[in-house]
Ligand binder design. Structure first.
Ligand SMILES: *[C@@H]1O[C@H](CO)[C@@H](O)[C@H](O)[C@H]1NC(C)=O
Ligand SMILES: *[C@@H]1O[C@H](CO)[C@@H](O)[C@H](O)[C@H]1NC(C)=O
Ligand SMILES: *[C@@H]1O[C@H](CO)[C@@H](O)[C@H](O)[C@H]1NC(C)=O
Ligand SMILES: *[C@@H]1O[C@H](CO)[C@@H](O)[C@H](O)[C@H]1NC(C)=O
Length: 344
């Protein structure tokens, strides 16, 4: 079912009944959304997710959905256990709106947790999210907070129906803020307040230099007004057991960023060769995974189509290149070994 059909269906399902939410909360929320629309270039889109859809549709989420003030906004509506069409949702909508209800046993039930994670992992974690709870600081909200936190959203705001404040979280910490603040602060007030938390990382310079990662880390830290701290490892680059040593080190430390996995895109990589100037890059020969594939030669450039030749790249490049290569030439890109996988 297409999202707009779903919207229509939900309109039809709304029955006239006394509302269960505070009119002032609705008004302030609409003002906040109107502000976000006014500062966002291009089209504005909202995804509505009701975590407890089996309860009557007379909550604040439906009131926002129905509001003529948001007529020009693209709206997508998802029910609790919807799976079939969710992949058609935009990956980075302008705003996610969740309604949780106050039934703690519902929020704690396994199926609901799975559905919620399935939903939240569909979106760019940088997406702004408004979470509607009946009251702030209740067991239902605390339960919900754990779910949202685990899904690693960068910034989310809890709005309690009758509270005088809102609860703004940046993934590290949460703040009580007055509900009357200007809407410009709703999603920006504590965005860069890391509360002394550093960005920790573990680096692996065995095969590729860390320089560009270092620049990216430093800039991220600067943006977040914090610092980076390395967890150094003592794994010897000449050691056969380097990969294991490194992975043990990575697993034993709670680093925010690990740059460690290596996987192969093709199931049978036995026929491929990774050509390198081995005299000047001996690290390729000692690496326990790569040494099975390396051969003396000139490195394969991305535009070359040498049969059986592999290229060593960061996984993000591989994904982009695949898209571009397939669209442009409808040909398979060269075999690619995925280098690093970044987990933030
Ligand atoms: C709360 O949720 C549980 C589990 O889904 C359900 O069995 C129960 O009927 C709900 N309670 C109310 C008051 O709706
Ligand atoms: C963050 O790193 C600095 C040094 O760069 C250190 O002094 C501080 O204790 C670290 N903070 C935490 C919370 O670990
Ligand atoms: C990143 O910051 C560290 C520590 O502040 C510094 O040693 C390093 O040179 C920086 N890297 C780049 C590429 O600027
Ligand atoms: C950046 O962090 C420092 C130290 O944690 C803090 O004193 C300062 O107010 C922060 N700046 C901003 C703009 O948040």
């Amino acid at each position: 079912m297409k999202p707009f059909e779903r919207v229509l269906l939900i309109f039809c399902a709304i029955v006239q009944r006394s509302s269960t939410f505070n009119a002032d909360t609705l008004e302030r929320t609409l003002v906040a959304i109107e502000y976000l629309i006014s500062v966002k270039p291009g089209a504005f889109s909202c995804v509505f997710y009701d975590v407890a859809p089996q309860y009557p549709h007379d909550n604040i989420l439906d009131a926002i959905l129905k509001s003529p003030r948001l007529d020009h906004v693209a709206k997508y509506v998802v029910d609790g256990s919807e799976r079939n069409n969710v992949y058609k949702l935009p990956w980075n909508p302008s705003l996610l709106l969740l309604h949780t209800g106050n039934n703690v046993s519902h929020l704690e039930s396994f199926d609901v947790i799975v559905d919620m994670f399935y939903f939240m992992f569909l979106f760019d974690p940088a997406t702004k999210m408004l979470v509607f709870v009946d009251e702030l600081y209740t067991p239902a909200m605390i339960q919900m907070q754990g779910h949202v936190y685990y899904a690693s959203f960068n910034y989310f705001v809890y709005i309690g129906d009758t509270s005088k404040d809102v609860y703004q979280c940046n993934g590290v910490y949460c703040w009580n803020r007055p509900r009357e603040q200007h809407p410009m602060y709703l999603f920006s007030y504590c965005r860069r307040s890391m509360q002394g938390r550093n960005i920790t990382y573990i680096k692996n310079e065995r095969v590729l230099t860390f320089a560009w990662n270092s620049k990216w880390l430093n800039e991220t830290a600067r943006y977040l007004n914090t610092t980076t701290v390395e967890y150094p490892h003592n794994c010897e680059a000449s050691d056969e057991a380097y990969q294991q040593c490194y992975q043990d080190h990575a697993a034993g430390n709670g680093a925010d960023i690990l740059l460690l996995y290596m996987t192969f895109d093709i199931p049978d990589a036995s026929g491929i060769k990774l050509y390198e100037d081995l005299e000047h890059n001996p690290q390729f020969v000692v690496d326990s995974v790569l040494k099975r594939f390396v051969a003396q030669g000139t490195r394969t450039e991305f535009h070359e189509t040498r049969p059986g030749a592999a290229v060593y790249w960061n996984s993000d490049y591989v994904d982009v290149f695949k898209d571009v290569a397939i669209v442009k030439s409808k040909k398979r890109p060269p075999n690619a070994c995925r280098g690093y996988k970044t987990r933030l």
